[in-house]
Design a protein around this ligand. Structure first.
Ligand SMILES: Cc1cc2nc3c(=O)[nH]c(=O)nc-3n(C[C@H](O)[C@H](O)[C@H](O)COP(=O)(O)OP(=O)(O)OC[C@H]3O[C@@H](n4cnc5c(N)ncnc54)[C@H](O)[C@@H]3O)c2cc1C
Length: 298
């Protein structure tokens, strides 16, 4: 990333919110469930599966967490009614993890139970390192009882290989690099170091019989993943690639055309700001986008 882009990324919180919203709109389906349904339908038509995320995190009021649970129940109904190929992704701090772990676990259980009724699946996103233990506890509690819940592991976390060792065979893990700014004591640092950690983690998932959701837009890692899929003789239904809405649609098309299954993460809702800031921070062309929006004066 250029020095100018780096400066802009540091200054992103100073950029007016409406401007952030406009520049980041490609990463979010919209504010309503109808927006998410429209985007998922279009992705399905392009041969991609989806995972729907209700935006929101770090909730400190029980009512907000309970409202999020209700929203997820509406998502399952919509997926079923519209015959969409989509599961859901959830963030535990939206569902009350910072209020009380038991409260959060009950909320997640309601979502997983409902998913089961609809023959659907719930992916628990991984947030910053202060939530990793609780997230894995909730996953390990629910998986043996329901089966239709998976978790996310972050390649940059030094603990991840150990966490993979504790995953039940037949379960499912999305492997991603990790997006939160973590202290060096808990996370590998350095671009190539995290790539190496990703490859180690992905291979361990495969060898241990854990279904991998290979979440990356990094062409190098995609190439390494294709090599591992080949080396370990994985069939088409034994893994999937995953990408974020609004990122590298060309790579998405290439993977689908190559015969791989691919799922797109589709976030929607009113609470889009923190998610959008994280996406803009990763965008190598962020300066151009922000400048263009500023100059257009809208
Ligand atoms: C489906 C999915 C789910 C995820 N879930 C989690 C999670 O639960 N917890 C978590 O910590 N992280 C999650 N992440 C984020 C992940 O950890 C990385 O931060 C993110 O994917 C960027 O890493 P990368 O592997 O794509 O490599 P990078 O090196 O960051 O990106 C590779 C290339 O992709 C393109 N690119 C990447 N991001 C953008 C962007 N925002 N805008 C434009 N171009 C971009 C650029 O060309 C870049 O050079 C998820 C990612 C995906 C794809």
């Amino acid at each position: 990333m250029s020095l100018f882009n780096r400066l802009l990324v540091t200054g992103l919180p100073l950029v007016p919110k409406p401007l952030v919203g406009r520049v980041a709109s490609r990463y979010v389906a919209g504010e309503s469930l109808a927006d998410a349904v429209r985007v998922v339908r279009s992705l399905n038509e392009q041969g991609a599966m989806a995972t729907v995320d209700v935006l929101g995190e770090e909730v400190s009021e029980r009512e907000k967490a309970l409202a999020a649970v209700e929203e997820y129940l509406r998502v399952f109904e919509a997926i079923d009614r519209e015959r969409l190929d989509s599961n859901v992704s959830i963030k535990l701090t939206l569902l009350g993890l910072k209020i009380d772990e038991g409260f959060c676990r009950d909320n997640v259980e309601r979502i997983v139970e409902t998913a089961k009724r609809f023959n659907n699946f719930v992916r628990i996103d991984m947030e910053d390192h202060t939530t990793t233990d609780a997230t894995l506890r909730i996953f390990h509690d629910l998986f043996p009882r329901y089966g239709n819940v998976g978790v996310v592991l972050q390649a940059y976390m030094r603990r991840t290989l150990r966490d993979i060792g504790e995953m039940p065979p037949g379960s499912s893990a999305r492997i991603c690099k990790g997006i939160y700014v973590e202290p060096r004591a808990v996370a590998w640092k350095g671009y190539d170091t995290v790539r190496a950690a990703y490859v180690h983690a992905l291979e361990k998932l495969i060898v241990n019989g854990i279904y991998p959701g290979i979440a990356t837009h990094d062409e190098y890692l995609t190439c390494r993943a294709v090599g591992l899929i080949e080396k370990h003789g994985l069939k088409r239904d034994q893994y999937e690639f995953q990408m974020l809405l609004g990122v590298d649609e060309e790579l998405r098309r290439i993977l689908i055309a190559g015969g791989h299954r691919l799922r797109v993460y589709v976030p929607y809702g009113g609470d889009w700001y923190p998610y959008s800031i994280r996406r803009l921070r990763e965008n190598p062309e962020v300066a151009r986008h922000v400048l263009r929006a500023t100059l257009s004066g809208k």
